[in-house]
Design a binder for this molecule. Structure first.
Ligand code: ADP
Ligand code: MG
Length: 311
């Protein structure tokens, strides 16, 4: 391709909200063999909601929700935001869409409990103390690592949630499991069509997530992806990319989060969702400004058309 062709393609991309950082990135996209998608916020809307909450002890439901929301109040994770919204609604507070304003914030402080020794454990959940008692909110790994046993009825409930594309969030108080919440994040509307389209182009779609295997498989099934890598710790996504590159394959990564930035940098073609975090956008070669996964196909198409060899 001539420099003019590259300039034109870059302009066409920009007009479609696909920002391409340079001619090399534009050229590499034509050879992409695997597209590795992050799950949360990339294939899904990134708008997690609590679908159900079950208390497994005598504890009052309101008291349970207050404990969990208090433990999550300092976390930035989408799961934490979903739990806070749910607890707010339970306590008859306003639409969580005005969380930013000072008034709602004041009201939060009226019902949230004081927390000490808070820590966020990446890929696991949160841990803190309330009234001198330890609270754990997170996945199975977090609870089992802390020696909390998961009773059979709770385990059955979690499996049921996971098989229907929910993430089961477990809550332990004083080292005993007290409740389970289901959190679900709907797929983006175009996700399944894009996955199918990539397949038709001879590109293999892959999903990578820190979420558990059962939920991951369930979401992957919905979107039509067969190759899934789950329970990947935040540092592990780049390793997944490198494993696909071993045989010389050209690999694209599509992601939105801080966790995705090492993988975006490791990929031959890193594509960041425009609504994602700045760190992801910086690490990527492409920025998809419309937040629409169809632009993954647009980007590969554009590269193929620009670099097609005229014989
Ligand atoms: P991803 O963004 O790919 O889903 P993360 O590494 O952020 O993965 O999280 C993996 C899992 O750890 C989540 O699915 C959830 O079960 C648990 N987790 C992480 N942070 C929290 C939190 N603040 N509260 C509850 N669970 C959490
Ligand atoms: Mg994400």
């Amino acid at each position: 391709a001539t420099p003019t062709a590259i300039m034109v393609a870059t302009g066409v991309g920009a007009n479609n909200g696909v920002l391409i950082k340079g001619g090399d990135a534009l050229e590499r996209a034509q050879k992409v063999k695997y597209v590795v998608f992050d799950k949360t916020g990339t294939l899904t809307q990134g708008n997690a909601k609590v679908t159900t909450a079950r208390v497994f002890t005598e504890m009052d439901r309101g008291e349970f929700l207050t404990l969990v929301a208090s433990a999550e109040a300092s976390s930035e994770h989408p799961v934490a935001k979903a739990i806070l919204d749910y607890a707010r609604h339970f306590h008859f507070f306003d639409d969580p869409s005005d969380t930013g304003d000072a008034q709602t914030h004041n009201r939060d402080s009226e019902w949230l409990l004081d927390v000490s020794e808070f820590s966020a454990l990446p890929g696991r959940g949160v841990q803190c103390f309330i009234d001198g008692k330890q609270i754990l909110v997170g996945n199975r790994k977090l609870l089992t690592e802390n020696g909390v046993t998961i009773p059979t009825d709770a385990e059955n409930f979690i499996v049921e949630l996971e098989d229907s594309a929910n993430t089961g969030i477990l809550v332990a108080h004083n080292n005993a499991l007290i409740g389970v919440m289901g959190v679900a994040d709907p797929l983006k509307r175009e996700a399944a069509v894009v996955v199918e389209g990539l397949g038709k182009m001879g590109v293999k779609p892959v999903m990578v997530t820190g979420d558990n295997w059962r939920t991951a498989r369930s979401v992957a099934r919905e979107v039509g992806i067969e190759d899934v890598r789950a329970e990947v710790m935040p540092a592990g996504k780049a390793e997944v990319i490198r494993s696909f590159q071993k045989d010389g394959s050209v690999v694209a990564m599509v992601g939105d989060g801080i966790n995705d930035s090492p993988a975006l940098a490791a990929a031959d073609v890193g594509m960041a969702i425009g609504a994602g975090t700045d760190i992801a956008i910086e690490a990527a070669d492409y920025v998809l400004m419309r937040n629409n996964l169809e632009d993954v196909i647009t980007a590969i198409d554009l590269s193929r058309k620009t670099f097609i060899r005229i014989r």
